[in-house]
Design a protein around this ligand. Structure first.
Ligand SMILES: [Zn+2]
Length: 416
C-alpha cells in the first residue's frame, strides 16, 4: 500500500522553516556545490564499490569510510565492536540527527567487482545499493563541514555493517543497543540506494525459520510404517497454509525451500523447509509463528500416532526442530511524526513527488523502538540491485542530496 505525500500546507510552520533554510546563502551555495562536484561523488562511489563487503566481511570498507570521514574533517571518528564507523559534525545539544548508510553488500567476497563509468552511468555490483547511499552520506557530511550552515543539534554520520540478508540489521541493532547512541539519536535518516521518489516510513518486519524433521529412516518395503519426515512436514504445511491472514496490516507467509530424502525406496531420515513470515505488525508475526509451531506439533503427533498403529511393538518417532534464521522487527511512524512532516515539507519545497512506502531497511530498528526514522534514496536513479548488472545514473543526484541536507537541517533546528 502506498499513499501520495500529503499537501505540505497541512504543516505551515515546518513549511516556512524549510523555505527559510532553503533561502539561506550558505544553503544555496551548497546546492550549487552539489551540482558542480558530481565527478567527486562518482569517484567516491566507484572507489567504495571496488572494495568487497560481503555480510560479516565489511572491515576493508569500514577502514575506507573512516579515511574519508577523516579527510572531510568529521570529529570523534570511531569504529565500534561490530565494525560500524561513526563521525560527528558538532552542534548544540546532547541529542543527534543521525544519517546512516549501510556499507555491506549481498555479494560474496569472490565476486568480480568490475566497476566502470560510461557517460552519466556507473555500472557494477553494489554501485547503487549502497554505493549511492555512501556517496550521498559523504557528500552531505562534506558540505556541512565546509559550509558552516547554522544549526542546533549535532549530526552523527554512520557507515553501518550488516543490513543485507543474513546480516539481519546487526549493525543498526548494535547502534541502538549501545548506551552511547541508544537515546542520543533523536532522528534517524537512513540512505539506502538511489532515487528521490520514496519515503520508507513503515518497517516491514520478517521472521524466518528453518524447520528440520528427523526420523529413524529405513527401507521403503521392509520398514514400512516407520514415521516419515517428509509426510510429517507435508501434514504440517497442509494445516499451516490454511492460517488466515489479514489484508491490513498486510501479513504474508511463504515456504520457499523444501528438501528431504535420498532415494525413492528409502524412508527419509530427515526433511526440512524454510519459512518466511512478514508483516508491519509484530503481533501478526507472533501469531503466525504460533500457528506454525502448533501445526508442526500436531503433525508430528499425527505422524507418530499413525506409526504406533502400524508397528505397536517398536515405537519410533519423528522429531521437529525449529531454528530461527532471520528476525527483522516491524514498526511504523505515527502520522504526526515530525520527521514525516519535515520530509513532506522538503519535498514540497523542492517540487519533488514522493510516495510513502513500507520496506525492510535499517530504519526497522529505530522504528521498532518507537523512534522517529525514515529511509530515503541518495538521489539519481538506479536498477539491477543485488545483480552483477547493477547500475546508477548520476542525473538528478543533486536533488537527492538537497533533500537529505534540508531534512537534516530542519530536524536539527536553527542555531541563531
Ligand atoms: Zn541497501
Amino acid at each position: 500500500m502506498t499513499a501520495q505525500v500529503a499537501a505540505s500546507d497541512l504543516y505551515p510552520p515546518v513549511q516556512q522553516e524549510v523555505a527559510r533554510l532553503g533561502a539561506l546563502a550558505e544553503v544555496r551555495s551548497v546546492f550549487e556545490w552539489f551540482r558542480t562536484q558530481e565527478s567527486r561523488f562518482a569517484t567516491w562511489q566507484m572507489e567504495v564499490a571496488r572494495i568487497a563487503a560481503p555480510p560479516f566481511g565489511e572491515a576493508a570498507r569500514g577502514a575506507w569510510i573512516a579515511d574519508r570521514f577523516r579527510e572531510i574533517g568529521l570529529h570523534e571518528i570511531q569504529r565500534d565492536e561490530v565494525g560500524n564507523i561513526f563521525g560527528v559534525h558538532p552542534g548544540y545539544g546532547s541529542r543527534y540527527v543521525a544519517l546512516s548508510a549501510h556499507i555491506d553488500t549481498v555479494f560474496p567476497a569472490t565476486t568480480p567487482l568490475n566497476v566502470r563509468q560510461q557517460g552519466s552511468r556507473l555500472y557494477g555490483p553494489g554501485v547503487s545499493d549502497n554505493g549511492a547511499g555512501i556517496a550521498a552520506m559523504l557528500a552531505v557530511a562534506s558540505a556541512l563541514q565546509d559550509a558552516r550552515i547554522p544549526h542546533a543539534l549535532p549530526f552523527v554520520f554512520i557507515g553501518n555493517v550488516g543490513e543485507e540478508g543474513e546480516g539481519d540489521l546487526r549493525g543498526m541493532r548494535h547502534v541502538f543497543a549501545t548506551p552511547r547512541w541508544n537515546h542520543a539519536i533523536a532522528y534517524s535518516i537512513v540512505v539506502d540506494g538511489a532515487g528521490s521518489d520514496t519515503v520508507v516510513a513503515e518497517a516491514l518486519g520478517s521472521r524466518r525459520f528453518e524447520v528440520i524433521v528427523r526420523g529413524p529412516g529405513g527401507h521403503s518395503w521392509s520398514d514400512f510404517g516407520a514415521p516419515n519426515p517428509i509426510i510429517a512436514l507435508c501434514r504440517a504445511l497442509d494445516v499451516f497454509s490454511q492460517t488466515p491472514v489479514p489484508g491490513s496490516p498486510k501479513t504474508t507467509f511463504n515456504v520457499g525451500v523444501i528438501r528431504g530424502g535420498t532415494s525413492v525406496n528409502s524412508i527419509p531420515e530427515s526433511a526440512s523447509m524454510r519459512v518466511d513470515l512478514r508483516s508491519t505488525s509484530m503481533a501478526q508475526i507472533d501469531r503466525l509463528e504460533r500457528a506454525l509451531r502448533s501445526a508442526l506439533d500436531r503433525a508430528m503427533e499425527a505422524e507418530n500416532q499413525a506409526t504406533a498403529l502400524h508397528s505397536p511393538r517398536k515405537p519410533q518417532a519423528v522429531q521437529c526442530e525449529v531454528v530461527e534464521i532471520g528476525n527483522r522487527p516491524a514498526g511504523e511512524l505515527t502520522p504526526d511524526a515530525r520527521v514525516l512532516k519535515v520530509i513532506r515539507a522538503v519535498d514540497a519545497h523542492l517540487g519533488n513527488t514522493a510516495q510513502v512506502q513500507r520496506a525492510s531497511t535499517d530504519a526497522n530498528v529505530p522504528l521498532s523502538l518507537g523512534r522517529e526514522a525514515i529511509a530515503i534514496g541518495g538521489g539519481g536513479s538506479g536498477g539491477g540491485a543485488h545483480t552483477l548488472q547493477e547500475w546508477f545514473d548520476c542525473n538528478g543526484r543533486d536533488l537527492g542530496l538537497k533533500r537529505i541536507l534540508l531534512t537534516m537541517l530542519a530536524l536539527a533546528g536553527i542555531g541563531e
